[in-house]
Design a protein around this ligand. Structure first.
Ligand SMILES: C[S@@+](CC[C@H](N)C(=O)[O-])C[C@H]1O[C@@H](n2cnc3c(N)ncnc32)[C@H](O)[C@@H]1O
Length: 291
């Protein structure tokens, strides 16, 4: 079985979660199980509850986890349902992990439409049946103002207005149907030499966040996850952009039942970044339920 995703900040997560052999751990973003496989090895008398929206990811993770033990349950669901999911499997959780965003598995598969580096249909849905619009629907049917606001709000792209205008003029000629068509449109409005990262990065991030309602889901998760955390339990969140990180920091700062385990964010070492480029923007925050 081919594994695409390298778990980010793995050593730091394992150290800071303070796992015990009988821990009840929720991996709210199971993905291919990179973190969960190592967690399961450390909790032989405990329980791992793995959640992911993406059924393909769940299948892959299940294969890997079965080789380690059978003390796990996997739930194809949205992590915003964490409260109900945990309470139907245990009395609460001693550790919760969320490693947000998109996985390398999703990025690698061109037909999922997440990557501006690979030709594929404009899709970007992590879970097709639970999502109202695909990226194609947004790009081809939303108004100029809506597109501008989505790209500005969720991508924080200073050229949101130009990009939205160009999308609207191009789609009059022919629908914009592939990832590379959209990436070329975005690139064409960026001033030459302006960009350090690929000019389509922020637009793709914005569409992905909007299509999957990522910030709404995260907000609900951040409110509900501490409610199922047992006393002295820990919650670790890995974010990949400032919109997510700001939300985690603000929500948990306002939660009087949580205290930070480490004062500052934990970032990957230079060595990790050199081996796994995807880790470069990761930030880990860990909190403890004061009990
Ligand atoms: C960065 S990957 C996790 C990778 C995993 N930690 C590993 O090492 O293999 C993020 C995963 O979270 C899932 N995801 C994103 N939003 C979700 C949500 N609201 N509910 C459940 N899963 C979600 C994605 O489908 C993806 O598989």
């Amino acid at each position: 079985m081919e594994i695409y995703h390298t778990p980010v900040l793995l050593k730091e997560v394992l150290d800071l979660l303070n796992l015990k052999e009988d821990s009840i751990v929720v991996d709210a973003t199971l993905g291919e199980g990179g973190h969960s496989v190592e967690i399961l090895k450390r909790i032989p008398k405990g329980l791992l509850i793995g959640i992911d929206l993406d059924e393909e990811a769940i299948k892959k993770a299940e294969e890997r986890l079965k080789e380690v033990g059978d003390n796990f349950v996997l739930v194809p669901s949205n992590f915003k349902e964490i409260r109900a999911i945990v309470l139907s499997n245990a009395q609460g959780a001693t550790q919760i992990l969320a490693d947000l965003g998109v996985s390398s598995l999703q990025l690698e598969e061109a037909e999922r439409g997440f990557s501006f580096m690979k030709e594929g249909p404009l899709d970007m849905r992590m879970c097709k049946p639970c999502t109202r619009y695909s990226a194609y629907d947004v790009v081809n049917t939303f108004s100029f103002e809506e597109l501008r606001d989505i790209i500005y709000t969720y991508g924080e792209d200073p050229f949101a207005e130009r990009i939205a205008r160009k999308i609207v003029s191009e789609r009059k000629k022919m629908p914009i149907s592939t990832t590379l068509e959209l990436a070329d449109i975005v690139r064409s409005v960026y001033p030459k030499g302006y960009y350090r990262i690929h000019p389509a990065t922020k637009t793709f991030q914005a569409l992905r966040i909007f299509v999957n309602r990522e910030l709404d889901n995260l907000k609900k998760f951040l409110e509900d996850a501490p409610l199922v955390l047992l006393p002295k339990g820990r919650i670790a969140i890995i974010t990949y952009h400032s919109l997510e990180d700001r939300l985690v920091k603000k929500t948990f700062k306002e939660n009087v039942s949580l205290k930070p385990v480490v004062k500052h964010v934990v970032k990957p070492t230079k060595e990790e970044i050199s081996i796994n480029r995807r880790s470069r923007s990761a930030k880990l925050r860990v909190y403890e339920e004061i009990g």
